[in-house]
Write a protein that binds this ligand. Sequence first.
Ligand code: UD1
Length: 419
Amino acid sequence: MKQIVIEGGHPLKGTITVSGAKNSAVALVPASLLCDEDVMIDNVPDISDIDALEEMLEYLGAKVKRMNSTIEIDATEIQNREIPEKISKKLRASYYFMGALLGKYKVATMYFPGGCPIGARPIDLHLKGFEALGAHIIEDGNKYTIKAEELKGSNIYLDMPSVGATINIMLAAVKATGTTTIENAACEPEIVNVATFLNNMGAKIKGAGTSTIIIKGVEHLHHAYTEVIPDRIEAGTYLIAGALLGDNLKIENVIPEHILSLLQKLKQMGVKMKLEGDTITIRNSDCLKPVHITTGVFPGFPTDLQQPLTTLLTCCNGKSTITETIYENRFLNTKYLNQMGANIHLKNPDCIEITGPTSLSGTTVVATDLRAGACLILAGLIASGTTTIQKVEHVLRGYENIIEKLSNVGAKIRLEEIK
Ligand code: UD1
């Protein structure tokens, strides 16, 4: 077990470079299975979710070479077999093996994916999409066998714009016969990154980034290269760190268009920022104004940033609210923020009210999920005294070198192994 220990109150000065996006990389790596030749992906973050995907690829017999942030994958000679639950439950994105293996071999056998405990997180929309393409699904407890004689293009309307279902259906449809249309598709930048990679291999996908994606099936996918886009959630997390403690902290490798909803809210709060190309310089300010946030699908306010932002809202003068519309269980972090001295109460099951400003004091808290962990790290950075955050394996799944990145700009933070 690992824990993070932080001595709070130190200003953050210098530069943090944003890594490749976790949610893109975890889809690009499984997408490589579809290719009939080898592929190369650059700017891959060094996080444990990628280690788990590498383990899945190697389990199937793919050749994987990782050097710094580059990964080369040759999946031309894999053996398509059942993926054991102990591997697939390591992360949510293991579900992309369903779409990729089905798309290439017309059969995939694996278990319900893992991931953060932030809600029920069903995969019904993924499965309905596969069925629309002609697959039959046999459910045996947690195990799914998804099989098709032939995959045929189809018109698929998603009941909600799910990121995972949009990408998974795209993966299953690239080699189907005929044309697939996904309506009410999710528009997140990670979807564009995956579609671009598949198109680099010779796929014919149009409309990624809009709510209608059209995929014309192709027979062969050839060698391709792509780069993972910068992680908008990591960028947002460090911007919030800058708004809390920045002494002209520079966050570089940011695509501002990907985080406009956060930038807008920071501006409304009165946070001082300067945008220059892909760099944002940010510093802490007194007298922040409270704001009201409602999470939504892209380009709305990302659910993945509401927990980190909660720490900043404890510093605002007055009452802020966060309404969570995507997940039903994403306020577990507030219990621990309150233990540190915050004043947060649940107005109703999907809305919290944060009354500030409050001073936080260090104590021992638990990272219940990835972004809750990020929220508590930010809280530890501003708290008086020492904060110990337990179960930080969640955090290491998604933030590359977070300890080094924060230490390099002046934070007193360390990772400890405990027995
Ligand atoms: C992805 C991200 C996650 C982010 C989320 C929303 C990855 C690996 N994870 O998760 O970080 O928080 O998008 O931006 O990219 N739903 C269904 N049925 C389905 C699929 C989804 O009801 O078949 C619901 C979910 O329960 C949730 C909502 O749709 O309420 C959005 O989920 P979705 O966009 O699919 O999120 P993930 O792909 O799991």
